[in-house]
Design a protein around this ligand. Structure first.
Ligand code: GA4
Length: 336
């Protein structure tokens, strides 16, 4: 008979319990929650971006009904027969995907519709999915994206002001989203209840978002977790009336590392289905992703090599979800 020492047993228990089954739950009061109408919102946003790369916004002015309508339309889409969902095309990068995420073997307990945020593109795809009646889905998506774009602009202007860029600098970040060539994405995710809780398959594996910021809204089903700076996974209680803002890799570079893009993941529930909708606010493809000169201290060097959003995307599509996509752009030998 093999007798395991207590030390070995503890190690096994720790290994199997960590991290999927035993995340620390965020007490709702710990989540940085920002009322967008609060006069101190700018400094609160900057503080949250530095400490967590993540925060929740309330008093955002987006009608709750508009959020609920899109959720209903998303549910209708995901309840279509498989063949109709597939008429959106397989993700390349846009289209309908099921379990497979990206091109390099990542899988999750999720199906999704990934779209470019351009209204023309959305019109085409809605027509392919609902040839008889494309407009209900199209309006729900296009109107919602319109609000997300406005919110992204508002938050990026708050960030710029909170970083003390001066009056003229207020739109240094937001102009990349207002630009008609802004490469922004929109994603609807459906996480059906996970059949076997022990299968261990994550809904969506850990990753950082590549863009500037992401705005996420979900139905009232738990699952989102963020990684705190000490590496602990924190469960984020759902709130279908609020939005969650995530700092992306581009904003990490643009702030020369003052903000860190937040690692996050989603666990699928084993009873309730989860629907989330995410707007990824991205710059134009030709945009140089460099630290904002107006926030650099005298003598401060960029931590990153020069690259464009297109350079980043080319390499991102060769990466796995959990890879550190910025590492290949970090300067190896900064000036002494
Ligand atoms: C993560 C954030 C967004 O969902 C996304 C994802 C994209 C995809 O699903 O096609 C990527 C992933 C995301 C980063 C690395 C690559 C590309 C899957 C993947 C393995 C739409 C995005 O922009 O980057």
């Amino acid at each position: 008979m093999v007798v395991l020492s207590q030390l070995l047993l503890d190690q096994i228990v720790i290994k199997t319990c960590k991290p999927i089954n035993n995340p620390t739950t965020f007490s709702p009061s710990i989540i940085p929650t920002i009322d967008l109408c609060n006069p101190d919102a700018k400094s609160m946003v900057v503080k949250a971006c530095k400490e967590f790369g993540f925060f929740k916004v309330k008093n955002h002015g987006v009608p709750i009904q508009m959020m609920a309508d899109l959720e209903d339309e998303a549910r209708k889409f995901f309840s279509l027969p498989q063949i109709n969902k597939e008429s959106a095309g397989f993700p390349n990068p846009f289209g309908y995907g099921n379990k497979n995420i990206g091109r390099n073997g990542d899988i999750g307990w999720v199906e999704y519709l990934l779209l470019s945020a351009s209204p023309d593109f959305i019109a085409q795809i809605c027509l392919a999915i609902f040839p008889e009646n494309p407009d209900v889905f199209r309006y729900a998506i296009v109107n919602y994206i319109g609000k997300m774009k406005k919110m992204a602009v508002q938050i990026l202007e708050m960030i710029a002001e909170g970083l003390n860029v001066g009056r003229e600098g207020k739109n240094v970040l937001s102009k990349m989203i207002k630009d008609e060539k802004s490469d922004s994405y929109f994603r609807l995710n459906h996480y059906p209840p996970r059949p076997d809780p022990d299968e261990g398959l994550l809904g969506f594996g850990e990753h950082t978002d590549p863009q500037i910021i992401s705005i996420l809204r979900s139905n009232n089903t738990a699952g989102l977790q963020i990684s705190a700076q000490d590496g602990t996974w924190l469960s984020v209680p759902p709130d279908d009336h609020s939005f969650f803002i995530l700092v992306g890799d581009c904003l990490q570079v643009m702030t020369n590392g003052r903000f860190k893009s937040v690692k996050h993941r989603v666990l699928a529930d084993n009873k309730k289905s989860r629907i989330s909708m995410i707007f990824f606010a991205g710059p134009p493809l030709c945009e140089k992703i460099t630290p904002l000169s107006c926030i650099m201290n005298p003598g401060e060097e960029s931590l990153y090599e020069d690259f464009t959003w297109w350079d980043y995307k080319k390499s991102a599509y060769q990466s796995r979800l959990s890879d550190d996509r910025l590492s290949r752009f970090v300067k190896r030998n900064p000036m002494p």
